[in-house]
Design a protein around this ligand. Structure first.
Ligand code: GH3
Ligand code: MG
Ligand code: MG
Ligand code: MG
Length: 372
């Protein structure tokens, strides 16, 4: 019943009949022109569109073409509602990407059956897309999703001249953690770290991804260097708060991460092309990853369990004085030992299952708060 179905027909009578047939199937919205249908679909992507083929102005075929050309809407199934009977008409519709056809005059059981069938296929396709974008171990975005998002956000930031920031995060001394507590405990540790990072990122557009192994990437659209340092600090604090004991760490008594921060400010010269030819930009998305990697290396070298910042063009804009570091607990005040490693010195198959992730409370704060 949560499915959103958009009914499009220039004849309000047909919309009324379709609405009465589909009243119990989903949330219905209506458009009586192709232009209105496109506008409404772009405002809120429906799960299914029933589209009149013959409409004055923008025909159903043109609407379908525009939907399939829009990456955000291309996956929305379209059923043409038409009085055309010719095979060539249906073939042209399928060529445009239509999912099915419903004949006028409308037959209620057939309309219901065809709509239900398309919604079933849509749900399966949505689930497949979700699985293809998710990391199986940690449930955050996977590397494929990250690569896509980086290209998308890089292009959009360059077009709009907006800020973009990236954090590369590496778990400190994680090989020693596995050696000491076992791989199942290591897996549980990665899961809880991913959850803590997600909780520290408050904007819907922020993307936490597993970059590979024990490395994570956090993409922060429309976020300045100061905002990115604020998120990095929130992540360092969230990881500290987990207090997962790590007796093999040379950095702290618990698991820590190192963070490399790279940013491209809204006023950055990075967005300027090397020439007037826009096709030849000064930097590409990969340069942001390289800068974050360099910053991560600097954070590791400076002692781990901290963050360091680099501008995209290689300048170390942090320097030792701007290195972000969480205030550590006073010596002797041991963190509360986390159940992942409580009492586990040898690899234990039970260790992973003993862990229950922390409750995550969002404070609703934004990124652009200054750090001291
Ligand atoms: P550093 O502080 O320099 O980052 O040291 P490190 O030990 O974390 O780095 P290293 O690259 O030597 O080791 C990374 C370890 O991460 C080794 C590997 O076993 C572990 N790892 C990678 N992926 C997974 C995973 O999916 N599960 C578990 N349990 N461990 C993993
Ligand atoms: Mg019509
Ligand atoms: Mg690593
Ligand atoms: Mg590591």
């Amino acid at each position: 019943m949560d499915d959103h179905i958009l009914l499009v027909d220039d004849d309000p009578g047909t919309i009324r009949v379709l609405a009465s047939i589909l009243a119990d199937i989903g949330n219905l919205s209506f458009a009586i022109s192709g232009a209105d249908a496109l506008r409404m679909a772009r405002e809120s992507a429906p799960d299914l569109i029933l589209l009149d083929a013959e409409m004055p102005g923008m025909s159903g075929f043109l609407v379908c073409e525009a939907l399939k050309a829009d990456s955000e809407l291309a996956h929305v199934p379209v059923i043409f509602v038409t009085s055309h009977r010719e095979h060539t008409f249906e073939v042209s519709g399928f060529d445009l990407g239509a999912a099915d056809f419903i004949a006028k005059p409308l037959n209620a059981p057939l309309v219901l059956a065809r709509v239900k069938a398309q919604l079933r296929v849509k749900h399966l396709a949505d689930e497949l897309r979700r699985i293809a974008a998710t990391d199986g171990l940690t449930c955050v975005a996977n590397r494929r999703r990250f690569d896509e998002a980086l290209e998308q956000e890089w292009g959009s930031a360059r077009r709009e001249g907006e800020a973009l920031a990236l954090l590369m995060i590496d778990v400190d001394h994680f090989k020693a953690f596995n050696d000491l507590y076992g791989h199942p405990a290591g897996d549980a540790c990665l899961r809880s770290l991913a959850q803590a990072m997600s909780c520290a990122c408050l904007r819907p557009a922020d993307l936490v991804a597993r970059y590979g192994g024990e490395e994570f990437a956090v993409l922060l659209p429309k976020t300045s260097q100061v905002g990115a340092e604020y998120v990095a600090l929130a992540i360092l604090e969230a990881v500290d708060a987990l207090a997962i004991a790590h007796e093999g760490s040379a950095t702290a008594a618990h698991v820590t991460v190192s963070v490399g921060i790279a940013s491209c400010g809204a006023d950055s010269t990075s967005w300027l092309p090397v020439s007037v030819d826009r096709a030849c930009p000064r930097f590409i998305a990969e340069d942001l990853v390289r800068a974050a990697d360099r910053a991560l290396y600097a954070a590791k070298n400076a002692g781990r369990g901290r963050a360091s910042t680099q501008d995209i063009d290689g300048a170390d804009i942090s320097g030792p004085s701007r290195s972000v570091q969480v205030a550590r607990r006073p010596a002797g005040a041991a963190p509360q030992v986390h159940p992942i490693t409580a009492g586990v010195r040898e690899p234990s198959p039970q260790a992973a299952t003993r862990f229950a992730g922390p409750a995550c409370a969002s404070t609703g704060a934004g990124h652009d708060q200054d750090i001291e």
